[in-house]
Design a protein around this ligand. Structure first.
Ligand SMILES: [Zn+2]
Length: 113
């Protein structure tokens, strides 16, 4: 079924649609690196879940040496590994309010140390 990119449901409570996107952030402790998944979502929920993911990422606490990037939106494709996911930069820009500089909005416990 070519119309269904992935047999995973949207993670937003109450939403029954299939997930089209993965919202995830690159995490690293300086040795290993992985993609930390915040949500899998359909096209309708991507805006809300993307905002939530950014808020969670901004509030996270990291051990020293750990690094967690700002979450991005990745296109889900069946059978693809995380490293092969293509990032939807245009969608991210669309969903990031132009007047909101995340660095000004909240304190970033993740930055620096
Ligand atoms: Zn949804």
């Amino acid at each position: 079924m070519p119309m269904r990119p992935y047999d995973v449901k949207c993670t937003r409570p109450g939403c029954e649609q299939l997930a089209q996107f993965k919202i995830a952030a690159r995490w690293s402790d300086g040795i290993t690196q992985e993609l930390k998944t915040y949500a899998l979502c359909c096209g309708d929920c991507v805006a809300e879940l993307f905002r939530q993911a950014r808020a969670k990422q901004a509030a996270c606490r990291l051990a020293s040496g750990e690094q967690l990037d700002v979450p991005g939106i990745f296109e889900l494709r069946r059978g693809q590994r995380d490293a092969q996911l293509s990032r939807c930069l245009e969608l991210e820009q669309l969903l990031t309010p132009a007047n909101t500089d995340l660095n000004d909005e909240v304190e970033f416990p993740c930055n620096g140390s």
